[in-house]
Design a binder for this molecule. Structure first.
Ligand code: FES
Length: 104
């Protein structure tokens, strides 16, 4: 599905995440410092939006706000129970101050 413009880098502050719906794909875009991460915005434990959770800057993880599972922002791997399966991650680049996500 190619490259998709998400928005200005300043639209997401470090240590937070936002949800975006791109061509039927629910994305959680998270920011840690000047690095952006894109994950499928659906917890693997139950259908819950990861973008509603807390971003842990120190460990580069996002916590599901429903039952507390955490996921590695870079790999999407489930880091603690109750989730045991990871979530999809997508490449993110910053081009001219804009966040660009590449979907397969
Ligand atoms: S729905 Fe995310 S940990 Fe249960």
């Amino acid at each position: 599905m190619g490259d998709h413009l998400i928005g200005d880098v300043d639209s997401i502050t470090s240590g937070s995440a936002k949800r975006f719906d791109i061509e039927g794909v629910r994305l959680a875009i998270a920011r840690v410092g000047d690095t952006f991460y894109a994950l499928a915005d659906r917890c693997s434990h139950e259908d819950f939006s990861l973008s509603l959770g807390e971003v842990f800057v120190e460990t580069c993880e996002i916590e599901c706000a429903r039952h507390g599972a955490t996921f590695d922002l870079l790999t999407g791997a489930a880091m603690c129970f109750p989730a045991t399966i990871g979530v999809a991650v997508y490449p993110v680049n910053v081009v001219g101050g804009e966040i660009v996500v590449t979907l397969p």
